[in-house]
Design a protein around this ligand. Structure first.
Ligand code: SF4
Ligand code: SF4
Length: 353
C-alpha cells in the first residue's frame, strides 16, 4: 500500500480540486455537539473534529427514500436518480466497517443494483478519530481499518499521513500531486505509532462481544427481555442511526392525475410495530420485547454466523440516541447478569405492542 504525506494547510486545496469532479460530502456541525454528513458548498462548513454524526454515511449512498421505478399498465421504467458521483470525506473507521458490511449484505446472496450503483459511484475518504465514552469500536475490533477506503487521512499534529487504498484513490492524489510528499520519515512513523498507542488507551468502554454471542443464545427466554420491552418506546431511532441496519419497505404510490405508480423504497426498522405485520393484520412480532430480541440477535449472533463479525461496529450511536437508555452497552450488561436501572426500575406492567 502506498502512503504519502499532506500538510494540514494543503487539505482544503486538495478537497477543492477533487470536488470539481464529484459532489463532496463531509461532516458539518448542526447543533452544539451534534454533527451530520452534508453536501458541501463551502469548505468552511466542514468540521472534521467530530466524534459521530447523527446518521451514518450509508444515508448518502442509499437515502431514506428512493424511487425504484415507475410502473403503468404499459411500461416499467427504472429510476436511478439517487446515483451520482460522490466523494465522502471524513469517514471514521467504524463507519467504513459499517459500509463493508453493507457491501457484503447487498451482494453476497442477491445483487442489489440500487445500492451497488450508488456505492460504485462513491469514493470513500476516511479520517482518523479520537474515542469518547460511548465508542465501543475497540471491542468490535473496528477502531482500525485496512481496507474499504479509497484514501484514509491519519492526522498527526499538523500533518496527514495519507493511506492510498485503491487505484481510484491514487487517481485523486494524482489530480494534485504537487501537494503531497512521499518521504515518510522515521520521526513521522514514531509519532504515528505513539498517537495510536495513546488512542488505544483513551477507550473508556469495553464489551466482550465473543461472550455476548453465547449469552444471546443462552438467555433467549430470559425475563430481561420483558424488562427491556417494557422500557422501549418503539420509536425506531436505534435502527435508523445504526450503520449496519439495512431493512427497507417497498411502497406503491399512485401518482394522482397520471396513469402510473411510483414504487418507492424507504428505510424501515424492525423495532417498529408494523414491520412484521402481514396481509390480514397478523403481526409476528407484536411485542416490543420480541422486536428488540430480533435486533440484538442480529447484532450479537446472526452477523457473526453470516459474515464472521458482529453486526455492531461500535459507533456508539444507539447509546447517544435511545431516549430510554436501551443500547448495545446496557443490553450487553444485562445479558451479562447486571441489573441495569433503565430497565429494572421500571414498572412491571407488560407492554404487549
Ligand atoms: S449497534 Fe449501536 S453501537 Fe453498534 S453499530 Fe449499531 S448503532 Fe453503532
Ligand atoms: S430501543 Fe430505544 S431507540 Fe430503539 S426503538 Fe426502543 S426506545 Fe427507540
Amino acid at each position: 500500500m502506498k502512503i504519502v504525506k499532506l500538510k494540514k494547510e494543503n487539505l482544503f486545496p486538495f478537497l477543492e480540486e477533487i470536488s470539481k469532479e464529484a459532489d463532496l460530502w463531509a461532516p458539518t456541525k448542526v447543533e452544539s455537539d451534534r454533527h451530520k454528513f452534508q453536501a458541501i458548498d463551502d469548505l468552511d462548513q466542514i468540521d472534521i473534529e467530530y466524534t459521530r454524526t447523527i446518521l451514518p454515511p450509508r444515508k448518502i449512498i442509499l437515502p431514506p427514500t428512493i424511487n425504484m421505478f415507475q410502473a403503468s399498465d404499459k411500461e416499467y421504467k427504472e429510476d436511478f436518480s439517487h446515483v451520482s458521483k460522490k466523494i465522502i470525506f471524513g469517514i471514521h473507521p467504524c463507519d467504513l466497517h459499517g459500509l463493508l458490511i453493507m457491501d457484503n449484505f447487498f451482494t453476497h446472496e442477491f445483487y442489489d443494483p440500487y445500492y451497488m450503483e450508488s456505492r460504485k459511484n462513491t469514493l470513500l475518504l476516511g479520517h482518523s478519530c479520537w474515542p469518547d465514552e460511548n465508542c465501543l469500536c475497540k471491542s468490535t475490533r473496528t477502531h482500525i481499518i485496512k481496507e474499504g477506503y479509497d484514501l484514509f487521512f491519519s492526522k498527526i499534529d499538523d500533518t496527514y499521513i495519507v493511506w492510498i487504498g485503491s487505484s481510484k484513490g491514487d487517481d485523486l492524489i494524482r489530480a494534485k500531486e504537487d501537494l503531497f510528499e512521499e518521504d515518510i520519515s522515521d520521526k513521522d512513523i514514531k509519532k504515528y505509532t505513539e498517537w495510536g498507542d495513546e488512542r488505544d488507551k483513551a477507550f473508556q468502554t469495553e464489551i466482550n462481544f465473543d461472550s455476548l454471542r453465547d449469552l444471546m443464545e443462552l438467555k433467549y427466554d430470559d425475563p430481561l427481555w420483558k424488562k427491556v420491552g417494557n422500557a422501549c418506546l418503539a420509536c425506531g431511532s436505534c435502527t435508523n442511526v445504526c450503520p449496519t441496519c439495512n431493512c427497507y419497505n417497498i411502497q406503491d404510490r399512485p401518482v394522482l392525475g397520471e396513469n402510473y405508480s411510483e414504487i418507492k423504497r424507504c428505510w424501515d426498522a424492525c423495532t417498529l410495530e408494523n414491520y412484521s405485520e402481514v396481509a390480514g393484520g397478523e403481526n409476528f412480532r407484536e411485542k416490543r420485547s420480541d422486536r428488540l430480541k430480533l435486533w440484538y440477535t442480529h447484532k450479537f449472533q446472526v452477523y457473526i454466523t453470516e459474515y464472521g463479525k458482529p453486526g455492531c461496529v461500535g459507533c456508539g450511536r444507539c447509546i447517544s440516541t435511545c431516549p430510554v437508555d436501551i443500547n448495545v452497552k446496557t443490553v450487553g450488561k444485562s445479558l451479562d447478569g447486571e441489573k441495569v436501572d433503565s430497565f429494572w426500575n421500571r414498572l412491571d406492567k407488560e407492554v404487549t405492542k
